[in-house]
Design a protein around this ligand. Structure first.
Ligand code: MSP
Length: 495
Protein backbone atom coordinates (compact mmCIF):
# COMPACT_ATOMS: atom_id res chain seq x y z
CA UNK A 1 0.00 0.00 0.00
CA UNK A 2 1.28 3.42 -0.94
CA UNK A 3 1.54 6.19 1.57
CA UNK A 4 0.69 4.01 4.54
CA UNK A 5 1.71 4.66 8.12
CA UNK A 6 1.33 1.70 10.48
CA UNK A 7 2.05 2.82 14.04
CA UNK A 8 1.85 0.79 17.25
CA UNK A 9 2.11 1.25 21.02
CA UNK A 10 3.15 -1.46 23.46
CA UNK A 11 0.35 -3.70 24.70
CA UNK A 12 -0.08 -2.63 28.29
CA UNK A 13 -0.20 -5.20 31.09
CA UNK A 14 -3.63 -5.43 32.63
CA UNK A 15 -2.45 -6.18 36.16
CA UNK A 16 -2.38 -2.52 37.14
CA UNK A 17 -4.33 0.61 36.33
CA UNK A 18 -2.86 2.84 33.62
CA UNK A 19 -0.71 5.72 34.83
CA UNK A 20 0.85 8.76 33.22
CA UNK A 21 3.65 6.73 31.64
CA UNK A 22 1.19 4.52 29.72
CA UNK A 23 -0.84 7.52 28.65
CA UNK A 24 2.32 9.17 27.31
CA UNK A 25 2.99 6.54 24.63
CA UNK A 26 -0.65 6.58 23.51
CA UNK A 27 -0.76 10.38 23.36
CA UNK A 28 2.44 10.49 21.32
CA UNK A 29 1.10 7.80 18.96
CA UNK A 30 -2.19 9.65 18.67
CA UNK A 31 -0.45 12.92 17.86
CA UNK A 32 1.56 11.28 15.07
CA UNK A 33 -1.48 9.42 13.75
CA UNK A 34 -3.49 12.64 13.50
CA UNK A 35 -0.54 14.42 11.94
CA UNK A 36 -0.02 11.76 9.26
CA UNK A 37 -3.76 11.45 8.53
CA UNK A 38 -3.83 15.18 7.90
CA UNK A 39 -0.94 14.84 5.51
CA UNK A 40 -3.05 12.37 3.56
CA UNK A 41 -1.36 9.15 4.68
CA UNK A 42 -3.36 5.99 5.25
CA UNK A 43 -2.79 5.52 8.95
CA UNK A 44 -3.29 2.38 10.98
CA UNK A 45 -2.85 3.01 14.71
CA UNK A 46 -2.77 -0.12 16.87
CA UNK A 47 -2.82 -0.34 20.65
CA UNK A 48 -4.12 -2.96 23.10
CA UNK A 49 -3.50 -5.07 26.17
CA UNK A 50 -1.09 -7.80 27.22
CA UNK A 51 -3.12 -10.27 29.26
CA UNK A 52 -1.22 -13.52 29.82
CA UNK A 53 1.53 -14.50 32.22
CA UNK A 54 2.21 -15.00 35.88
CA UNK A 55 1.81 -11.37 36.89
CA UNK A 56 -1.72 -11.26 35.64
CA UNK A 57 -2.61 -14.72 36.90
CA UNK A 58 -1.48 -13.65 40.39
CA UNK A 59 -3.25 -10.30 40.27
CA UNK A 60 -6.48 -12.07 39.28
CA UNK A 61 -6.08 -14.66 42.06
CA UNK A 62 -5.60 -11.88 44.58
CA UNK A 63 -9.04 -10.59 43.63
CA UNK A 64 -10.57 -14.06 43.50
CA UNK A 65 -11.32 -13.70 39.79
CA UNK A 66 -10.71 -15.80 36.70
CA UNK A 67 -7.85 -14.15 34.75
CA UNK A 68 -10.08 -13.45 31.75
CA UNK A 69 -12.77 -11.81 33.89
CA UNK A 70 -10.09 -9.81 35.64
CA UNK A 71 -8.65 -8.74 32.27
CA UNK A 72 -12.09 -7.76 30.93
CA UNK A 73 -12.45 -5.30 33.78
CA UNK A 74 -9.00 -3.84 33.21
CA UNK A 75 -9.60 -3.50 29.47
CA UNK A 76 -12.64 -1.34 30.07
CA UNK A 77 -10.52 0.94 32.28
CA UNK A 78 -7.88 1.29 29.54
CA UNK A 79 -10.49 1.90 26.85
CA UNK A 80 -12.24 4.47 29.03
CA UNK A 81 -8.98 6.33 29.55
CA UNK A 82 -8.18 6.32 25.83
CA UNK A 83 -11.60 7.77 25.13
CA UNK A 84 -11.10 10.52 27.69
CA UNK A 85 -7.69 11.33 26.25
CA UNK A 86 -9.11 11.42 22.73
CA UNK A 87 -6.88 8.60 21.47
CA UNK A 88 -7.88 7.85 17.88
CA UNK A 89 -6.68 4.26 17.61
CA UNK A 90 -7.87 2.22 14.64
CA UNK A 91 -7.59 -1.16 16.34
CA UNK A 92 -7.31 -2.42 19.89
CA UNK A 93 -5.91 -5.92 20.22
CA UNK A 94 -6.10 -8.12 23.29
CA UNK A 95 -3.71 -11.07 23.52
CA UNK A 96 -6.66 -13.23 24.65
CA UNK A 97 -8.51 -12.74 21.37
CA UNK A 98 -8.68 -15.76 19.09
CA UNK A 99 -7.21 -13.89 16.09
CA UNK A 100 -4.10 -13.39 18.22
CA UNK A 101 -3.96 -16.82 19.86
CA UNK A 102 -4.29 -18.52 16.49
CA UNK A 103 -1.44 -16.46 15.03
CA UNK A 104 0.82 -17.20 18.00
CA UNK A 105 0.19 -20.93 17.63
CA UNK A 106 0.84 -20.70 13.92
CA UNK A 107 4.14 -18.92 14.54
CA UNK A 108 5.14 -21.60 17.05
CA UNK A 109 4.25 -24.34 14.61
CA UNK A 110 6.23 -22.78 11.79
CA UNK A 111 9.31 -22.22 13.95
CA UNK A 112 9.06 -25.72 15.40
CA UNK A 113 8.83 -27.26 11.94
CA UNK A 114 11.81 -25.21 10.81
CA UNK A 115 13.93 -26.41 13.73
CA UNK A 116 14.18 -22.96 15.30
CA UNK A 117 12.88 -24.27 18.64
CA UNK A 118 14.39 -26.99 20.84
CA UNK A 119 13.77 -28.64 24.21
CA UNK A 120 16.15 -28.09 27.09
CA UNK A 121 16.21 -28.44 30.88
CA UNK A 122 16.66 -25.10 32.49
CA UNK A 123 18.10 -24.49 35.93
CA UNK A 124 18.39 -21.05 37.39
CA UNK A 125 16.69 -18.05 38.90
CA UNK A 126 13.46 -16.43 37.83
CA UNK A 127 12.03 -12.99 38.45
CA UNK A 128 8.24 -13.19 38.23
CA UNK A 129 7.46 -9.45 38.07
CA UNK A 130 9.87 -9.13 35.12
CA UNK A 131 9.07 -12.61 33.74
CA UNK A 132 12.81 -13.03 33.20
CA UNK A 133 15.37 -15.77 33.82
CA UNK A 134 18.68 -14.84 35.47
CA UNK A 135 21.85 -16.81 35.91
CA UNK A 136 23.63 -17.24 39.24
CA UNK A 137 26.17 -14.58 38.33
CA UNK A 138 23.55 -12.06 37.30
CA UNK A 139 21.43 -11.97 40.45
CA UNK A 140 22.36 -9.54 43.21
CA UNK A 141 22.09 -10.81 46.79
CA UNK A 142 19.10 -12.96 45.89
CA UNK A 143 17.40 -10.14 44.00
CA UNK A 144 16.60 -9.36 40.39
CA UNK A 145 19.28 -7.07 38.91
CA UNK A 146 16.55 -5.06 37.12
CA UNK A 147 13.72 -4.53 39.59
CA UNK A 148 15.63 -5.52 42.80
CA UNK A 149 12.88 -7.84 43.99
CA UNK A 150 13.58 -11.42 45.20
CA UNK A 151 14.09 -14.08 42.53
CA UNK A 152 12.87 -17.69 42.73
CA UNK A 153 15.00 -20.81 42.03
CA UNK A 154 13.56 -23.08 39.37
CA UNK A 155 14.47 -26.17 37.40
CA UNK A 156 12.27 -27.18 34.50
CA UNK A 157 12.03 -28.53 30.97
CA UNK A 158 11.27 -25.81 28.45
CA UNK A 159 11.41 -24.86 24.80
CA UNK A 160 14.07 -22.48 23.54
CA UNK A 161 14.19 -20.27 20.49
CA UNK A 162 17.52 -20.04 18.63
CA UNK A 163 18.10 -16.36 19.21
CA UNK A 164 21.89 -16.63 19.28
CA UNK A 165 22.02 -17.96 15.74
CA UNK A 166 20.92 -14.57 14.40
CA UNK A 167 23.16 -12.28 16.42
CA UNK A 168 25.47 -11.37 13.51
CA UNK A 169 22.54 -10.83 11.19
CA UNK A 170 20.98 -8.40 13.69
CA UNK A 171 24.20 -6.44 14.15
CA UNK A 172 24.47 -6.11 10.38
CA UNK A 173 20.86 -5.10 10.05
CA UNK A 174 21.16 -2.36 12.67
CA UNK A 175 24.38 -1.08 11.12
CA UNK A 176 22.97 -0.97 7.63
CA UNK A 177 19.59 0.57 8.61
CA UNK A 178 20.16 3.93 10.24
CA UNK A 179 16.42 4.33 10.79
CA UNK A 180 15.89 1.03 12.56
CA UNK A 181 16.37 2.16 16.17
CA UNK A 182 15.72 5.68 17.40
CA UNK A 183 16.90 7.89 18.98
CA UNK A 184 20.59 7.32 18.04
CA UNK A 185 21.59 6.92 21.69
CA UNK A 186 19.32 3.86 21.95
CA UNK A 187 20.71 2.47 18.70
CA UNK A 188 24.21 2.73 20.13
CA UNK A 189 23.04 1.09 23.34
CA UNK A 190 21.65 -1.93 21.50
CA UNK A 191 24.70 -2.22 19.27
CA UNK A 192 27.07 -2.03 22.22
CA UNK A 193 25.05 -4.70 24.02
CA UNK A 194 25.16 -6.99 20.99
CA UNK A 195 28.85 -6.45 20.39
CA UNK A 196 29.87 -7.04 24.01
CA UNK A 197 27.58 -9.95 24.90
CA UNK A 198 26.85 -13.27 23.37
CA UNK A 199 23.10 -13.71 23.07
CA UNK A 200 21.61 -16.71 24.87
CA UNK A 201 18.74 -18.56 23.28
CA UNK A 202 15.33 -17.42 24.49
CA UNK A 203 13.18 -19.62 26.70
CA UNK A 204 9.74 -19.30 25.12
CA UNK A 205 7.64 -21.67 27.22
CA UNK A 206 6.46 -22.13 30.79
CA UNK A 207 5.35 -25.49 32.23
CA UNK A 208 1.61 -25.52 32.81
CA UNK A 209 1.92 -26.69 36.41
CA UNK A 210 3.72 -23.46 37.29
CA UNK A 211 1.71 -21.19 35.03
CA UNK A 212 -1.52 -22.11 33.31
CA UNK A 213 -2.56 -18.66 32.07
CA UNK A 214 -1.06 -18.55 28.61
CA UNK A 215 -1.34 -19.77 25.05
CA UNK A 216 -0.68 -23.55 24.89
CA UNK A 217 2.22 -24.68 22.70
CA UNK A 218 0.64 -26.60 19.80
CA UNK A 219 3.33 -29.32 19.99
CA UNK A 220 3.49 -29.61 23.80
CA UNK A 221 0.18 -29.29 25.62
CA UNK A 222 1.96 -29.22 28.98
CA UNK A 223 3.51 -25.86 28.20
CA UNK A 224 2.18 -22.37 27.63
CA UNK A 225 3.92 -19.63 25.67
CA UNK A 226 6.23 -17.14 27.42
CA UNK A 227 4.30 -13.90 27.70
CA UNK A 228 6.81 -11.74 25.79
CA UNK A 229 6.98 -14.18 22.88
CA UNK A 230 3.19 -14.18 22.80
CA UNK A 231 2.74 -10.41 23.12
CA UNK A 232 5.23 -9.25 20.48
CA UNK A 233 3.36 -11.24 17.85
CA UNK A 234 0.40 -8.87 18.24
CA UNK A 235 2.01 -6.48 15.79
CA UNK A 236 1.50 -9.00 13.00
CA UNK A 237 -1.53 -10.90 14.36
CA UNK A 238 -3.59 -7.69 14.30
CA UNK A 239 -3.00 -6.91 10.64
CA UNK A 240 -2.45 -10.10 8.68
CA UNK A 241 -2.34 -13.88 8.56
CA UNK A 242 -0.29 -16.81 7.30
CA UNK A 243 -1.26 -18.61 4.13
CA UNK A 244 -1.02 -22.34 3.38
CA UNK A 245 2.66 -22.05 2.55
CA UNK A 246 3.37 -20.32 5.86
CA UNK A 247 3.89 -17.03 4.11
CA UNK A 248 2.73 -13.98 6.04
CA UNK A 249 0.37 -11.64 4.17
CA UNK A 250 -0.59 -8.16 5.25
CA UNK A 251 -1.31 -4.85 3.59
CA UNK A 252 0.09 -2.95 6.60
CA UNK A 253 3.26 -4.84 7.43
CA UNK A 254 6.09 -3.84 7.92
CA UNK A 255 5.17 -1.50 10.72
CA UNK A 256 6.43 2.01 10.07
CA UNK A 257 6.85 2.80 13.73
CA UNK A 258 6.82 0.82 16.97
CA UNK A 259 6.61 3.41 19.74
CA UNK A 260 7.82 2.03 23.05
CA UNK A 261 9.36 3.15 26.33
CA UNK A 262 13.08 2.53 26.76
CA UNK A 263 12.26 -0.12 29.41
CA UNK A 264 11.29 -2.60 26.70
CA UNK A 265 13.90 -1.80 24.08
CA UNK A 266 15.68 -5.16 24.24
CA UNK A 267 12.51 -7.17 23.60
CA UNK A 268 11.64 -4.96 20.64
CA UNK A 269 15.06 -4.37 19.12
CA UNK A 270 16.56 -7.84 19.73
CA UNK A 271 13.93 -10.56 20.25
CA UNK A 272 11.32 -9.22 17.87
CA UNK A 273 13.41 -8.66 14.73
CA UNK A 274 15.02 -12.08 15.21
CA UNK A 275 11.62 -13.75 15.59
CA UNK A 276 10.57 -12.10 12.33
CA UNK A 277 13.80 -13.06 10.60
CA UNK A 278 13.30 -16.69 11.56
CA UNK A 279 9.78 -16.47 10.11
CA UNK A 280 11.05 -14.86 6.93
CA UNK A 281 9.09 -11.68 7.61
CA UNK A 282 10.52 -8.18 7.15
CA UNK A 283 11.52 -6.32 10.33
CA UNK A 284 9.67 -3.13 11.33
CA UNK A 285 11.05 0.05 9.78
CA UNK A 286 11.59 2.01 12.98
CA UNK A 287 11.52 1.31 16.69
CA UNK A 288 11.47 4.50 18.72
CA UNK A 289 12.14 4.21 22.46
CA UNK A 290 11.05 7.26 24.42
CA UNK A 291 12.17 8.24 27.90
CA UNK A 292 10.52 7.87 31.28
CA UNK A 293 8.33 10.13 33.31
CA UNK A 294 9.94 10.34 36.70
CA UNK A 295 8.82 11.56 40.09
CA UNK A 296 11.72 12.99 42.07
CA UNK A 297 14.23 11.18 39.81
CA UNK A 298 12.62 7.78 40.16
CA UNK A 299 10.73 6.12 37.30
CA UNK A 300 6.99 6.29 37.68
CA UNK A 301 5.78 2.71 38.02
CA UNK A 302 3.35 0.62 39.96
CA UNK A 303 6.10 -1.32 41.69
CA UNK A 304 7.67 1.87 43.00
CA UNK A 305 4.26 3.02 44.20
CA UNK A 306 4.67 6.55 42.82
CA UNK A 307 2.10 6.53 40.05
CA UNK A 308 -0.10 9.46 39.12
CA UNK A 309 -3.53 8.77 37.69
CA UNK A 310 -4.04 10.53 34.35
CA UNK A 311 -7.77 10.94 35.03
CA UNK A 312 -6.98 13.05 38.08
CA UNK A 313 -4.77 15.30 35.95
CA UNK A 314 -7.46 15.58 33.29
CA UNK A 315 -10.06 16.50 35.92
CA UNK A 316 -7.75 19.21 37.22
CA UNK A 317 -6.36 20.63 34.02
CA UNK A 318 -8.41 19.35 31.09
CA UNK A 319 -7.41 16.85 28.40
CA UNK A 320 -5.64 19.20 26.06
CA UNK A 321 -3.57 20.94 28.72
CA UNK A 322 -2.45 17.49 29.85
CA UNK A 323 -1.62 16.36 26.31
CA UNK A 324 0.15 19.61 25.55
CA UNK A 325 2.22 19.43 28.71
CA UNK A 326 3.43 15.87 28.05
CA UNK A 327 4.34 16.59 24.44
CA UNK A 328 5.85 20.03 25.03
CA UNK A 329 7.74 19.83 28.28
CA UNK A 330 10.29 17.13 27.45
CA UNK A 331 12.02 16.38 24.14
CA UNK A 332 10.80 12.97 22.97
CA UNK A 333 13.38 10.38 23.89
CA UNK A 334 14.53 12.06 27.09
CA UNK A 335 13.37 11.46 30.67
CA UNK A 336 11.22 14.11 32.28
CA UNK A 337 10.21 15.08 35.77
CA UNK A 338 6.50 15.12 36.34
CA UNK A 339 5.00 17.76 38.59
CA UNK A 340 1.74 19.67 38.79
CA UNK A 341 3.69 22.89 39.16
CA UNK A 342 5.23 22.29 35.75
CA UNK A 343 1.77 21.74 34.22
CA UNK A 344 0.48 24.94 35.82
CA UNK A 345 3.41 26.85 34.38
CA UNK A 346 2.57 25.65 30.87
CA UNK A 347 -1.13 26.29 31.36
CA UNK A 348 -0.65 29.86 32.58
CA UNK A 349 2.16 30.70 30.20
CA UNK A 350 1.92 29.07 26.77
CA UNK A 351 -1.79 28.34 26.92
CA UNK A 352 -3.62 31.07 28.89
CA UNK A 353 -1.22 33.96 28.33
CA UNK A 354 -0.08 33.29 24.79
CA UNK A 355 -2.66 31.27 22.85
CA UNK A 356 -5.78 31.94 24.93
CA UNK A 357 -5.13 35.65 25.12
CA UNK A 358 -4.51 36.02 21.40
CA UNK A 359 -7.83 34.37 20.58
CA UNK A 360 -9.78 36.20 23.26
CA UNK A 361 -8.38 39.64 22.49
CA UNK A 362 -8.98 39.20 18.79
CA UNK A 363 -12.56 38.04 19.27
CA UNK A 364 -13.21 40.92 21.65
CA UNK A 365 -12.01 43.40 19.05
CA UNK A 366 -14.14 41.85 16.32
CA UNK A 367 -17.17 42.12 18.59
CA UNK A 368 -16.41 45.62 19.74
CA UNK A 369 -15.40 47.23 16.49
CA UNK A 370 -17.17 45.15 13.84
CA UNK A 371 -20.26 43.70 15.56
CA UNK A 372 -18.84 40.20 15.42
CA UNK A 373 -18.36 40.06 11.68
CA UNK A 374 -15.20 40.23 9.71
CA UNK A 375 -15.23 38.51 6.33
CA UNK A 376 -13.58 38.87 2.93
CA UNK A 377 -10.99 41.36 4.02
CA UNK A 378 -8.15 41.88 1.59
CA UNK A 379 -4.92 42.39 3.46
CA UNK A 380 -2.64 45.02 1.94
CA UNK A 381 -0.69 45.95 5.01
CA UNK A 382 2.90 46.74 4.20
CA UNK A 383 4.31 47.11 7.71
CA UNK A 384 7.21 44.96 8.84
CA UNK A 385 5.31 43.01 11.46
CA UNK A 386 2.45 42.03 9.15
CA UNK A 387 4.97 40.84 6.60
CA UNK A 388 6.93 38.88 9.15
CA UNK A 389 3.72 37.19 10.29
CA UNK A 390 2.78 36.36 6.72
CA UNK A 391 6.17 34.75 6.14
CA UNK A 392 5.92 32.76 9.34
CA UNK A 393 2.48 31.48 8.37
CA UNK A 394 3.80 30.35 5.00
CA UNK A 395 6.82 28.61 6.49
CA UNK A 396 5.01 26.96 9.38
CA UNK A 397 4.03 23.62 7.82
CA UNK A 398 7.52 22.84 6.68
CA UNK A 399 9.01 23.87 10.02
CA UNK A 400 6.66 21.49 11.80
CA UNK A 401 7.43 18.76 9.31
CA UNK A 402 11.14 19.00 10.04
CA UNK A 403 10.42 17.77 13.55
CA UNK A 404 7.35 15.60 13.07
CA UNK A 405 7.99 14.05 9.68
CA UNK A 406 11.56 13.00 10.35
CA UNK A 407 12.55 10.08 12.49
CA UNK A 408 13.31 12.04 15.62
CA UNK A 409 9.64 12.86 16.23
CA UNK A 410 10.47 15.88 18.31
CA UNK A 411 7.04 17.05 19.43
CA UNK A 412 8.48 19.72 21.64
CA UNK A 413 10.49 21.32 18.83
CA UNK A 414 7.56 20.99 16.43
CA UNK A 415 5.45 23.12 18.77
CA UNK A 416 8.03 25.90 19.00
CA UNK A 417 7.41 27.63 15.65
CA UNK A 418 3.65 27.60 16.35
CA UNK A 419 4.27 29.54 19.53
CA UNK A 420 6.66 31.85 17.75
CA UNK A 421 3.81 32.71 15.42
CA UNK A 422 1.37 33.21 18.30
CA UNK A 423 3.81 35.51 20.04
CA UNK A 424 4.56 37.50 16.91
CA UNK A 425 0.82 38.16 16.72
CA UNK A 426 0.59 39.13 20.39
CA UNK A 427 3.50 41.51 19.97
CA UNK A 428 1.80 42.95 16.88
CA UNK A 429 -1.28 43.75 18.98
CA UNK A 430 0.78 45.44 21.67
CA UNK A 431 2.77 47.50 19.16
CA UNK A 432 -0.20 48.48 16.98
CA UNK A 433 -2.42 49.66 19.84
CA UNK A 434 -5.64 48.99 17.92
CA UNK A 435 -7.73 51.13 20.31
CA UNK A 436 -5.91 54.15 18.87
CA UNK A 437 -6.77 53.11 15.31
CA UNK A 438 -10.39 52.92 16.44
CA UNK A 439 -10.24 56.35 18.09
CA UNK A 440 -8.72 57.84 14.97
CA UNK A 441 -11.42 56.20 12.85
CA UNK A 442 -8.87 54.26 10.78
CA UNK A 443 -11.46 51.55 10.21
CA UNK A 444 -9.90 50.07 7.07
CA UNK A 445 -6.51 49.63 8.66
CA UNK A 446 -8.05 48.26 11.83
CA UNK A 447 -9.99 45.71 9.83
CA UNK A 448 -6.93 44.53 7.93
CA UNK A 449 -4.95 44.35 11.15
CA UNK A 450 -7.60 42.14 12.75
CA UNK A 451 -7.79 40.03 9.60
CA UNK A 452 -4.08 39.27 10.02
CA UNK A 453 -4.77 38.09 13.55
CA UNK A 454 -7.65 35.94 12.36
CA UNK A 455 -5.36 34.36 9.81
CA UNK A 456 -2.83 33.57 12.52
CA UNK A 457 -5.52 32.06 14.71
CA UNK A 458 -6.90 29.85 11.94
CA UNK A 459 -3.41 28.66 11.03
CA UNK A 460 -2.68 27.97 14.68
CA UNK A 461 -5.91 25.99 15.07
CA UNK A 462 -4.83 23.75 12.19
CA UNK A 463 -1.29 23.38 13.40
CA UNK A 464 -2.16 22.40 16.98
CA UNK A 465 -4.77 19.86 15.90
CA UNK A 466 -2.60 16.72 16.35
CA UNK A 467 -1.51 17.90 19.80
CA UNK A 468 -4.75 19.41 21.11
CA UNK A 469 -7.64 18.24 18.93
CA UNK A 470 -10.42 19.59 21.20
CA UNK A 471 -8.85 23.03 21.43
CA UNK A 472 -8.28 23.13 17.70
CA UNK A 473 -12.00 22.43 17.16
CA UNK A 474 -13.03 24.95 19.81
CA UNK A 475 -10.98 27.70 18.14
CA UNK A 476 -12.42 26.82 14.74
CA UNK A 477 -15.90 27.13 16.25
CA UNK A 478 -15.07 30.50 17.75
CA UNK A 479 -13.38 31.87 14.68
CA UNK A 480 -15.67 30.27 12.14
CA UNK A 481 -15.61 31.04 8.44
CA UNK A 482 -18.70 33.24 8.51
CA UNK A 483 -19.30 34.21 12.07
CA UNK A 484 -17.51 34.81 15.29
CA UNK A 485 -18.73 33.44 18.58
CA UNK A 486 -16.74 34.68 21.50
CA UNK A 487 -17.17 32.08 24.21
CA UNK A 488 -15.22 31.87 27.41
CA UNK A 489 -11.42 32.18 27.38
CA UNK A 490 -9.95 28.86 26.22
CA UNK A 491 -7.72 28.35 29.24
CA UNK A 492 -8.41 29.69 32.72
CA UNK A 493 -5.40 31.00 34.61
CA UNK A 494 -4.52 28.99 37.69
CA UNK A 495 -3.43 31.07 40.67
N1 MSP B 1 3.25 -5.67 28.23
C1 MSP B 1 4.55 -5.12 28.01
C2 MSP B 1 4.70 -4.65 26.59
C3 MSP B 1 4.45 -5.65 25.53
S1 MSP B 1 4.56 -4.98 23.95
C4 MSP B 1 4.36 -6.25 22.93
C5 MSP B 1 4.76 -3.95 28.97
N2 MSP B 1 3.65 -3.39 29.45
S2 MSP B 1 3.60 -2.16 30.50
O1 MSP B 1 2.22 -2.06 30.92
O2 MSP B 1 4.57 -2.33 31.51
O3 MSP B 1 3.87 -0.89 29.64
C6 MSP B 1 5.14 -0.48 29.35
C7 MSP B 1 5.09 0.77 28.53
O4 MSP B 1 4.32 1.79 29.18
C8 MSP B 1 6.45 1.40 28.35
O5 MSP B 1 7.17 0.80 27.32
C9 MSP B 1 6.08 2.81 28.03
O6 MSP B 1 5.59 2.85 26.72
C10 MSP B 1 4.95 3.05 29.02
N3 MSP B 1 5.46 3.46 30.32
C11 MSP B 1 5.30 2.82 31.52
N4 MSP B 1 5.90 3.56 32.50
C12 MSP B 1 6.43 4.67 31.97
C13 MSP B 1 7.03 5.84 32.50
N5 MSP B 1 7.27 6.00 33.77
N6 MSP B 1 7.35 6.83 31.62
C14 MSP B 1 7.05 6.75 30.28
N7 MSP B 1 6.47 5.67 29.76
C15 MSP B 1 6.29 4.55 30.54
O7 MSP B 1 5.89 -3.59 29.20
Amino acid sequence: MNNKFYITTPLYYVNAAPHIGHSYTCIAADCLSRYYRNLGHKVHFLTGTDEHGQKIQRAAEAQGLEPKVFADKAVSVFKGLWETLNISYDDFIRTTESRHEKAVQKVLEILYKKGELYEHVYQGWYCTPCETFWSESQIQAGNCPDCKRPVEKIEEKNYFFKLSKYQDWLIDHIKSHQDFIFPPSRREEVLRFLELNKLSDLCISRPKERLSWGIPLPFSPNHVTYVWFDALINYISAVGSFDKNDKYQSEWWPADLHLIGKDILRQHAVYWPIMLKALDIQPPKTIFAHGWWMIDSSKMSKSRGNVVNPIEMVDKFGVDVYRYFLLRDVPFGMDGNFSEDAIIKRQNGDLANDLGNLVYRTLTMIEKYFQGEITNVEINLKNKQAKEIEEKINALDSMIKTNMGEKDYNFSLALEPIWELINLANKYIEDTKPWNLAKENKTGELKEFIAVLVKVIRKTADAIYPFMPFTSEAIKQQVGKDNISKGKPLFPRIE
